[in-house]
Design a protein around this ligand. Sequence first.
Ligand SMILES: Nc1ncnc2c1ncn2[C@@H]1O[C@H](COP(=O)(O)OP(=O)(O)OP(=O)(O)O)[C@@H](O)[C@H]1O
Ligand SMILES: [Mg+2]
Length: 242
Amino acid sequence: MSLLGSPAPADTTDRRNAYVLELRGVTKVYAGGVTALAGVDLAIAAGELVAIVGPSGSGKSTLLHVIGTLDRPTSGEVWIDGHSTAALDDQQLASLRAQAIGFVFQQFFLLDGMSALENVATALLYTGTRAGERRRLARELLERVGLGHRLHQLPHKLSGGERQRVAIARALLGRPAIVLADEPTGNLDTRTGAEILALLEELNRDGATILVITHEREVADACRRQVAVRDGRIEHDSAGEA
Ligand SMILES: Nc1ncnc2c1ncn2[C@@H]1O[C@H](COP(=O)(O)OP(=O)(O)OP(=O)(O)O)[C@@H](O)[C@H]1O
Ligand SMILES: [Mg+2]
């Protein structure tokens, strides 16, 4: 952290490694004393598709929040796209988050008074992008996720799978270095979940780096790399295995 409100060093970029994400010795102790992360080292390279698995309460969501810079670690280092997050103040962190990370959650989080197109376009509201360009980009991404025919539909008139596609389109805005998904198929029936999984795989083949938290075997099996978390530690990481 910068002291006394002085600006962080202008260049916090470290290009010594090619990781999109790196955690070194990360711990998270919540107020009240729960140790949710007990020393996590994790490095993710560009283009990976990684499943984070583990029992309820093992620290998966906490890990995702810390990776997504929604929460700061208690100790240890988090590097996102070559930037050390410790050196950034909250505003700089928010800007790195907006640029580098796309989030997909189990509960979609769409605004119900707005069409699919507006839900995606609105996410660009504070980026200085002009209205026409916002709508063009939003349309392009919705087409990308297979919703070109539902642009003007309100969320409550969309199926669960279609809502999750809108949320994924929104997460892809600004071409984030990494997409973080917490149980993205958790609210969907099996077939719809399989379609969303196929979409994530397709986006990954096109180059997106994706981390998926999941309880579902099929989702984990579809990812080339599986990281198993237990009691706030990485119990097993399939990286490097045949
Ligand atoms: N905001 C919080 N304040 C205090 N304790 C928390 C908080 N969030 C999570 N915890 C605790 O931290 C531990 C890890 O929680 P976390 O939500 O990361 O687990 P999880 O692996 O995502 O579980 P699930 O599979 O049920 O979603 C749990 O013991 C939980 O009770
Ligand atoms: Mg969770």
